[in-house]
Design a protein around this ligand. Structure first.
Ligand code: CS2
Length: 489
């Protein structure tokens, strides 16, 4: 295979954006949009990026420095077509994970008047918001730390508050905060986290943030699996020796609420959709794409299915995803005219089937406590309010409960990567002898399940029936008899 190559060869760009969360997603999504922007402006637009990790992965920060802040993104349409892009939009990388110069360097950068936007991909749990209520978890040890030592924060909300406090003191206008994480109303949620934290420190600062800082929302979409040895070998075959490289799909979408009082790049010229209201796009992506992802991830992981492509190659799982999207997700969405959800669903299944990507079901299955509310539960509530069916969602919830046991349906052990993993283990220990008590205990987790849903028999009964079927008969038989299971529960 000979790839299409896109080298990076513009002049040194000034830094105008700070990004928190230098993961694979950021490198393959936002940085690529900015790469195109900077290439168009010959590097002179002032919107280069400084990217920081605040809690983990200092190695990547060092790696990028060692290779002159350049890396490759391999965009696979399918196994025959790949575009190899060189990216130099990330002008600086910082690690602020421990006390010391890294944290100060990041806060200095965030306080620089030339920085006018701070973006984030810190995953759902990085906001320290209760998943069900969306308020700041003031009893979390990391947040307690940031309340007690606000000048040396260790969380993303803490960094934002401290940097804004420094700007406020110095009379520098606030930056705009743009969340790029998979949460509904991610701008409003980020605002809530930052203002809740600032309130603990200084009411006047909180007031200034509430009036002066814009927190636009955005919907981000590109499938960017964690890199595997196999990916690095494939890249080596294409002549690329790059420890910071990322492999992803060719598809990419970014819809951004256009609220940048301090200015922004002319992103619309690079395919970013700048809109007044992101909410319908967020809901569509979260419930259709991410909701399907979680559904196939829990069922697949329980049945020893390694990747997303392997899962959708199974007729039973593909049929379930179609049914979920058509009957349970799409009817809950109110989209602007011209949006065709049927075509969107078909394209999602085609994207999932891209077997050039080794997107592991266990990767998607992590952090379920943070993901379920926006992917499934909000939709299920609106479906039930309309008298609709939620059988596929109930099956997903049952699979998630079973997954949190840390053992698949064939007896193989797996890690349960979730901030609530200890609580889950305790519930499994305590209710090992009763499916009914176990399911009730999980649905009673107020941090995850809205009370009204946990008390609604139209939800709890199908979850219990699906749980029993999965554990007694496995995934294949449960899906084979799915219609019967639905009519019985
Ligand atoms: C996935 C997402 O890991 C997950 O939970 O559902 O990372 C998904 O691949 C992206 O949101 C696609 O845009």
């Amino acid at each position: 295979m000979s790839p299409d190559t896109v080298p990076s060869n513009y002049g040194q760009a000034d830094i105008g954006i700070v990004h928190l969360g230098l993961g694979a997603f950021h490198r393959a999504h936002q940085a690529v949009y900015l790469e195109q922007h900077l290439a168009r402006h010959g590097g002179s637009s002032g919107w280069g990026i400084s990217s920081a990790n605040i809690r983990s992965n200092w190695r990547l920060v060092e790696q990028l420095r060692a290779q002159g802040q350049r890396y490759h993104v391999a965009e696979y349409t399918d196994s025959e077509h790949v575009t190899l892009r060189e990216v130099a939009a990330i002008r600086e990388t910082l690690y602020a994970g421990e006390d010391g110069p890294g944290r100060e360097a990041l806060l200095d950068r965030m306080s620089d008047p030339k920085v006018r936007i701070v973006t984030l991909t810190v995953t759902e749990k990085g906001y320290y918001l209760s998943p069900a209520e969306g308020t700041l978890m003031v009893n979390d040890p990391a947040i307690i730390h940031d309340i007690e030592k606000p000048e040396s924060p260790c969380t993303a909300p803490g960094m934002l508050v401290e940097a804004l406090a420094r700007r406020h003191r110095a009379g520098i206008p606030a930056f705009t905060v743009l969340s790029c994480d998979n949460m509904p109303d991610n701008g409003k949620r980020t605002r809530q986290a930052v203002i809740d934290l600032a309130c603990q420190r200084d009411a006047a600062l909180a007031e200034w943030i509430a009036t002066d800082v814009a927190f636009p929302s955005s919907m981000v979409d590109r499938i960017v699996p964690a890199m595997t040895e196999q990916d690095f070998t494939r890249l080596a075959d294409l002549g690329i020796d790059d420890a910071a490289a990322v492999v992803c799909e060719a598809f990419s979408q970014w819809v951004v609420e256009d609220d940048f009082p301090q200015g922004r790049p002319d992103w619309e010229r690079d395919g970013v959709e700048m809109v007044n209201d992101v909410a319908p796009f967020e809901a569509m992506k979260l419930r259709m794409l991410n909701g399907s992802h979680s559904l196939l991830a829990y069922l697949g992981a329980l049945d020893d299915v390694e990747t997303v492509a392997d899962a959708v190659s199974r007729h039973d799982i593909a049929a379930l995803l179609k049914r979920y999207m058509q009957d349970e997700a799409a009817p809950t969405l109110a989209m602007p005219p011209g949006t065709d959800l049927e075509t969107y669903a078909e394209r999602l299944l085609a994207r999932f089937a891209n077997d050039s990507l080794r997107h592991r079901t266990h990767q998607i299955a992590m952090d379920g406590s943070q993901k379920l509310p926006q992917r499934w539960l909000a939709g299920a509530q609106s479906r039930l309010a309309a008298g609709g069916d939620i059988a596929c969602t109930a099956l997903g919830v049952a699979a998630w409960i079973r997954y949190t046991q840390g053992r698949d349906l064939h007896g193989q052990l797996h890690a349960v990567d979730d901030p609530m993993a200890e609580t889950f283990a305790e519930l499994h220990r305590r209710h090992a002898n009763s499916d009914e008590a176990l399911v009730a205990a999980f649905l009673g987790l107020e941090a995850v399940f809205p009370k009204a849903l946990a008390l609604d028999g139209r939800f709890t009964q199908p979850v219990l029936a699906a749980y029993r079927s999965l554990t007694a008969r496995g995934v294949v038989a449960t899906l084979d008899d799915f219609d019967q299971l639905v009519s019985r529960s």
